[in-house]
Design a binder for this molecule. Structure first.
Ligand SMILES: Nc1ncnc2c1ncn2[C@@H]1O[C@H](COP(=O)(O)OP(=O)(O)OP(=O)(O)O)[C@@H](O)[C@H]1O
Ligand SMILES: [Mg+2]
Length: 313
């Protein structure tokens, strides 16, 4: 549904900032795609190009088969954009903002008003429809922007950090809404640096860093790739950790590191080995008392930090 090929964006002429460098990925129809990256990675730049707001320096974007540069109107009809910041006229109320927005789509005023009220109600902004947008809180503006994104019921939704700054309740209703829209068959592209959000909502993710794609895959594949190459750490809670115990642990085949901790010992093993039963046996034989053991969870967060080398721009 979304096909991005060789996308490059240089801001400010040939010696300018290379915000995107040969970015390619695809998003299948009826799926939720998470676009992850640290600050300044190029997420907003990509989104603005997808939404036809910005022209790329090189490369192509097709949405539903339509080229964003050659057929921007066809693309606009098919997408709803939720920008990172809502642009609004300070004098307009929430309701007027949506009605004004609808006029760009040639929707008749009466119909637009009805639809706007419905959406404001759905976003929990029913009571605020007559309030000026400049008096909206951050979370209220996010909801207004989501209402705008849904207004003409587009098949593709492109959202720039839709969940940033939402309170826990707002976060939950946002997640429920995204899941519902996905079930209704929408194609959803969302950017985020909240990994937990992406893990809970997206089948596939793309990770971007300094304008380059560093990974595009399913969450499941990314995690198994990570498991295959990464050492496993066993966090052992135990008393009676003596040098004899540490040495016994270090001698277990496959163990590459042993480190005493305030509550016991951390045992690092080679990728793909499960040394937990050897470790518990060695501990007990060497005279320690074992209280518990956990395997280190390697989450998407770990992968993200490893791939982006842990830093933003
Ligand atoms: N209008 C602009 N003119 C010049 N440089 C820009 C412009 N917009 C963005 N950039 C640069 O392009 C790079 C990518 O910025 P972008 O806003 O796409 O990042 P982002 O991934 O959305 O970051 P964040 O997580 O902070 O929102 C950054 O180096 C930024 O400074
Ligand atoms: Mg951004």
């Amino acid at each position: 549904m979304i096909e991005v090929e060789g996308l490059t964006k240089v801001y400010g002429g040939s010696r300018g900032v290379r915000a995107l460098d040969n970015v390619s990925f695809t998003v299948p129809e009826r799926s939720v795609f998470g676009f992850l990256g640290p600050n300044g990675a190029g997420k907003t730049t990509t989104i603005r190009i997808l939404a036809t707001v910005l022209d790329p320096t090189a490369g192509t974007v097709r949405i539903g088969g339509h080229d964003t540069r050659r057929e921007p109107m066809e693309v606009k009809e098919r997408i709803g954009l939720m920008p990172d910041e809502v642009l609004y006229y300070p004098t307009l109320t929430g309701l007027q903002h949506l009605v004004y927005y609808a006029s760009f789509y040639g929707i008749r005023r009466a119909e637009a008003k009805k639809r706007a009220r419905e959406l404001l109600e759905r976003m929990g902004l029913g009571d605020a429809e007559g309030k000026k947008v400049k008096a909206y809180s951050h979370g209220m503006r996010k909801r207004l922007s989501l209402a705008q994104c849904l207004f003409h019921d587009p098949p593709v939704m492109i959202m720039d950090e839709p969940a940033s700054g939402l309170d826990p309740l707002g976060m939950r209703s946002y997640r429920d809404l995204i899941r519902k829209l996905a079930n209704d068959g929408k194609t959803i592209f969302l950017s985020s640096h909240l990994l937990s959000e992406v893990e809970q909502l997206c089948e596939r993710v793309g990770i971007i860093d300094h304008g380059k794609i560093v990974a595009v895959d399913t969450i499941a594949n990314l995690s198994s790739r990570m498991y295959a190459g990464a050492p496993v750490v066993l966090h052992v809670t135990a008393t009676g950790i003596t040098d004899v115990v540490l040495e016994a642990l270090a001698n277990i085949p496959g163990v590459t590191g042993v480190q005493a901790t305030p509550t016991g010992v951390d045992v690092t093993t080679q990728p793909g080995t499960d040394a937990s039963s050897d470790v518990s046996r060695a501990l007990v034989l060497a005279g320690a008392e074992l209280r518990g053991m956990t395997k280190e969870q390697r989450s998407l967060e770990y992968l993200f930090l490893a791939l982006t080398k842990g830093g933003g721009a």
